[in-house]
Design a protein around this ligand. Structure first.
Ligand code: SAH
Length: 236
């Protein structure tokens, strides 16, 4: 998979893509990150990427020319590649979105800044818009990192233990069960006995029960989906 990131701040990605799973995924040949500086597509002497908004008002808007050139150049790799603009106006990013993106060969993440991008780019060059939540960030870079992190760990072979994906929060609409590690007693707090019992089946049952309990308490909306998915599995 190739992920192209279009940004005015390429240095933003220098460290995060060099850590842990994102780094291992790249080194293992599962993914290539292409961080592209939008300014490289500005043709004027001062490399101006933004300008004042027509109609007045505060803030700056990313100019259409460099953005269209950067997107078109990224698409040369594969003309059908989706260009995804990160924006609070986009569709909410979910685990399901990450699963879908993890199956792609190439996609482009466009990071906005200031007041955002010229509307013509949004309408005619962007294929999809994603929001990572109902809040305003100062730029799309941190949102792009959230998307990359959630997607790359789902590429087959990236996580050592494939099974660990199945157990996770959201997969079957359940939040994860609690985790404990050594020591068995810490400052007077003990690990639940069942986890020390060595009884694999009972442990699995306990984990599922805890996962359901946590989901019911914290995310009744998800719990409803979980019950619904169980019903669907069983059939009428
Ligand atoms: N004026 C815009 C916000 C611009 S914030 C508005 O009110 O909609 C600057 C940039 O940060 C945006 O272009 C977008 O790329 C990014 N951004 C901000 N909040 C975001 C969010 N919740 N999800 C994804 N990207 C976001």
């Amino acid at each position: 998979m190739i992920i192209t990131i279009l940004t005015l701040f390429p240095d933003f990605f220098a460290t995060p893509l060099q850590q842990s799973i994102l780094k291992r995924a790249r080194e293992g040949g599962h993914v290539e990150y292409r961080v592209v500086d939008i300014r490289d597509y500005c043709r004027d002497k001062h490399k101006t990427a933004d300008d004042t908004p027509f109609g007045g008002g505060p803030g700056m808007v990313l100019k259409p020319e460099p953005l269209s050139r950067a997107i078109e150049s990224a698409r040369e790799y594969s003309p059908s590649s989706e260009c995804i603009y990160l924006t609070p106006k986009g569709t909410s990013f979910h685990q399901k979105t990450a699963e879908e993106l993890a199956r792609k060969e190439h996609f482009i993440l466009l990071c906005g800044r200031y007041e955002g991008i010229d509307e013509r780019i949004r309408q005619h060059w962007v294929d999809r818009e994603i929001s990572i939540g109902d809040y305003i960030l100062s730029g799309g870079e941190s949102a792009a990192l959230v998307v990359i992190d959630a997607v790359v760990r789902l590429i087959p072979g990236v996580l050592g233990n494939e099974q660990s994906l199945d157990d996770e929060s959201f997969s079957p609409y359940l939040l994860d069960h609690p985790h404990y590690t050594k020591p068995a007693e810490f400052k007077g707090y003990r690990v639940p006995d069942i986890l020390l019992s060595g009884h694999h089946e009972k442990i699995q049952r306990w984990r599922l029960e805890k996962a359901r309990e946590e989901t019911r308490k914290r995310r009744p909306d998800l719990y409803k989906e979980h019950l619904h998915s169980l019903k669907k599995k069983k059939g009428p």
